[in-house]
Write a protein that binds this ligand. Structure first.
Ligand code: C2E
Ligand code: CA
Ligand code: CA
Length: 764
């Protein structure tokens, strides 16, 4: 038993090949471009921040450097002044050494502007002083002791703290040959305080104190570290690049690791009075910059992720909406199976991609759908169709694809099968299963299923070829009598070629004129009440020199598909009207002639005009002309056709709806259709007495037609039984082999004269 299948299984047919293409590939590309963009943005931001920091650090270091070099110059100037003063004082004291006394030195100190003067004996003991410390003696290691024992005559010391007074002083010494010497000193507390700020060491100290400096070195021209502050690396040696910068007397900077920390090293040459006195090396911490870069990168990353996610969401959302639209366009609403449009799209791809693979279509055709619709209505029909679809869905195996082509035609697409035998076996299985299910469902039995097998070998290059053969196969399936499947094979191919020849011949005949090979035959319609001929249906015949007699079903189909039906139909109409004229001329009146009109003709804008012209030219009574049209092609043109029919009826021409019951319109529509006659299709008549259902149907058709004031013609009446039944059901008119086959003009006239005038002759 076949259950309800999962709709989604078939949706996948539609969506599966698209997922990669629509989402994954574009999203991967977008993700990659975002990663790349992110990388570039972050690396340019970090480069910018580094450069910025380098610039700032260099500016800062240069600022320090200029302060350093200025301060060194300033100290030098002051120092020189003090030196000169002390030297002058020493010279003055040496020149007046004969006047030496404490008081004299006191006066000299005042006059010379120095703070301390001491006179030492050759043993280094103070003998005279301008202040105090008489008897003080320099001990070993003391600067005074060092000078005394040196072979120098003169010495000027750098400012230093005095060992006794603990104050800062600058001292100068001068020796005389006897070994006595003078020491003058100027208090330099203030100057020291002043210069201290400027001195290199303290400068470096303050430099290191500033926030982002890890360490600072001052290296003199001999590459000796003179001062250093911060986390000192005593082993510090210059690398080649640094040495080169130093020798080249230029600024150099680079990213480095300093004591396992990310740092930025800047080397700045220090100049004092135009000469290079060494190099200032500062290590700036990159911690702050790194943090900044990290934060900025995080923000950029977050932004990019946000944009990426928004974009992806939009993409997926749009994709989903597109898919919904696509599903609407590609899914059959009743069965939820991929529809005809999707089949065509699908097939196009397969024909291209799998040209050499073994491919086949199993065309499952459900017969009698119109009957079901007429009897039970739309809803039941749809229910039955869904049931068939579900059953097929469950029978389908992996790799097979199921479609609802249109109406009751389902396709199973199979690839890589073994041979035709396998397809036939599969078809049998399907038919068996469908039958099994149908037996268990009440109304399902009325639908008979047939399968057409169409193998798509490599000769099928495009979808049009396949569709053409599909249509032929379906057409064949419709007309099958006893068989339940049909294989499209070489014979069918030949048929198609024959169609092409027919078209060629039709075209030629259109140019040469139809008269030589085309003619009309007429089939009588009998009024059941009077048993007289009340109308004749004109039917076209073609006896072609090459092809022999060609079936009208066939050449009309070819003529319709090639539009050649327009000139041919016009010729047929003219012939029929000429015949009507000849009947009237013979004094036979009141016999209608019904001419079959193709929808292709009817849809032509100039159809009514053409018809009017023929009617006028032949001079017939329009009331005797009947046009037979088939409802199967109404779909989509219903309004236009109905308006045209109205116009024709107003001209007096009557309209007959041919093949009623085989099309797709319904009884409900009849009321609005501008027609006069209803022709019940032969298939209904064939089934008379074979099924009670059908009897009910014919009865209700006749009843409704009578109610609507329509005449009812039953066509294809072959047996007395059928005739009796129809007569009992108040069917007005019958047509069929039981009374007469379609006959040539002459014979038709004879029939009318024989049947209609029989009683007249008998009259007195
Ligand atoms: P149709 O209009 O339904 O014509 C009725 C067909 O049923 C005719 O076949 C007729 O010969 C056949 N028929 C009538 N009574 C019986 C019967 O008792 N038993 C059986 N088995 N058949 C019967 P025909 O002449 O072969 O025409 C076939 C179809 O070709 C027509 O079907 C019509 O659709 C088309 N056709 C024929 N002549 C023309 C024409 O001049 N113009 C157009 N547009 N179509 C035409
Ligand atoms: Ca007809
Ligand atoms: Ca018919």
């Amino acid at each position: 038993m076949c259950g309800k299948g999962e709709v989604t299984v078939d949706n996948k047919v539609i969506t599966r090949p698209m997922v990669w293409k629509t989402y994954i590939v574009p999203l991967i590309i977008i993700a990659l471009s975002f990663i790349l963009a992110g990388y570039f943005i972050i690396s340019s931001i970090s480069t910018f921040l580094f450069e910025n920091m380098a610039k700032n650090s260099i500016a800062q270091a240069e600022n320090h450097m200029s302060r350093l070099s200025n301060s060194i110059s300033a100290i030098n100037v002051i120092d020189q002044l003090l030196e000169e003063k002390l030297m002058t004082a020493n010279t003055a004291i040496l020149n007046n050494r004969d006047k030496l006394s404490n008081n004299f030195l006191k006066g000299m100190a005042r006059d010379l502007g120095v703070d301390e003067i001491y006179w030492y004996n050759p043993q280094g003991e103070i003998v005279y002083t301008a202040t105090k410390y008489i008897g003080w003696k320099a001990t070993k290691g003391h600067p005074v002791h060092d000078f005394m024992h040196s072979d120098r005559d003169v010495l000027i010391e750098d400012i230093r703290r005095d060992t006794e007074s603990d104050r800062y002083l600058k001292y100068a010494y001068a020796k005389v040959p006897s070994g006595e010497f003078v020491q003058t000193g100027i208090l330099a507390d203030n100057i020291y305080e002043l210069t201290k700020d400027f001195c290199t060491a303290s400068f470096i100290e303050t430099l290191v104190d500033s926030e982002n400096v890890l360490a600072a070195y001052f290296i003199d021209a001999g590459e000796d570290i003179l001062f250093c502050e911060g986390e000192i690396d005593r082993e510090y040696t210059l690398d080649d690049m640094e040495k080169e910068a130093m020798e080249g007397d230029r600024t150099y900077y680079a990213k480095k690791t300093y004591n396992n920390m990310d740092a930025y090293e800047i080397l700045l040459p220090i100049h004092v009075d135009g000469t290079n006195i060494g190099m200032l090396i500062v290590f700036y911490s990159l911690e702050e910059t790194n943090r900044l870069i990290k934060n900025v990168s995080l923000i950029v990353l977050a932004l990019l992720i946000f944009v990426f996610l928004s974009y992806s969401y939009m993409r997926v959302d749009i994709g989903r909406k597109n898919r919904e639209i696509e599903e609407l366009a590609y899914l059959d609403s009743i069965t939820q199976l991929p529809n005809r449009s999707y089949f065509i799209k699908f097939l196009k791809k397969r024909l291209k991609a799998e040209r050499w693979a073994k491919k086949a279509l199993l065309i499952v055709h459900c017969h009698n759908l119109n009957l079901i619709k007429l009897i039970f209505g739309h809803d039941i029909l749809n229910e039955l169709l869904l049931e068939k679809a579900d059953c097929l869905r469950n029978l389908r195996v992996e790799g097979e694809h199921l479609f609802r082509y249109f109406e009751g035609n389902f396709f199973i697409y199979i690839e890589d099968y073994e041979d035709r035998e396998q397809l036939i076996k599969k078809s049998d299985q399907i038919l068996e299963k469908l039958d099994e299910v149908a037996q268990s469902m009440e109304n399902s039995r009325l639908i008979t299923t047939r399968i057409g097998v169409l193998e798509l070998d490599e000769s099928y290059e495009n979808v049009d070829d396949v569709i053409k053969h599909v249509e032929i196969t379906i057409d064949r399936l419709k007309r099958l009598e006893n068989e339940s499947y049909w294989i499209f094979d070489e014979a069918m191919h030949r048929e198609l070629i024959l169609d092409q020849i027919i078209e060629k011949e039709l075209r030629r005949a259109t140019f040469d004129g139809y008269d030589d090979e085309f003619y009309l035959v007429y089939q009588p319609q009998i009024d059941l009440e009077t048993n007289k001929i009340i109308a004749l249906e004109a039917l076209a015949r073609w006896n072609n020199e090459e092809l022999g007699m060609v079936s009208p079903l066939r050449f009309i189909r070819v003529a319709e598909s090639s539009q050649l039906i327009v000139p041919l139909g016009e010729w047929i109409l003219t012939q029929a009207c000429k015949f009507m004229r000849s009947l009237e001329d013979r004094g036979i009146s009141g016999i209608k002639v019904a001419v079959n009109i193709s929808i292709v003709q009817l849809l032509r804008e100039d159809f009514t005009k053409q018809l009017l012209k023929i009617v006028e030219e032949t001079g017939i009574e329009p009331e005797n002309l009947e046009l037979e049209i088939t409802e199967s092609n109404f779909i989509g043109n219903y309004e236009i056709i109905n308006r045209k029919l109205d116009k024709l009826r107003k001209m007096g021409i009557s309209i007959s709806l041919d093949d009623f019951g085989t099309g797709y319109s319904s009884l409900a529509r009849l009321e609005k259709l501008n027609i006069d006659v209803l022709k019940i299709d032969k298939s209904f008549i064939d089934n008379i007495r074979s099924s009670d259902q059908e009897d009910v149907l014919i009865r209700s058709i006749i009843l409704l037609a009578n109610q609507l004031g329509l005449r009812v013609v039953a066509e294809g009446v072959e047996t007395h039984e059928q005739k009796e039944y129809l007569a009992a059901e108040a069917c007005d008119i019958v047509q069929g082999y039981l009374f007469s086959k379609p006959v040539p003009e002459k014979k038709a006239v004879e029939l009318i004269e024989k049947i209609n005038l029989r009683d007249m002759d008998a009259r007195p």
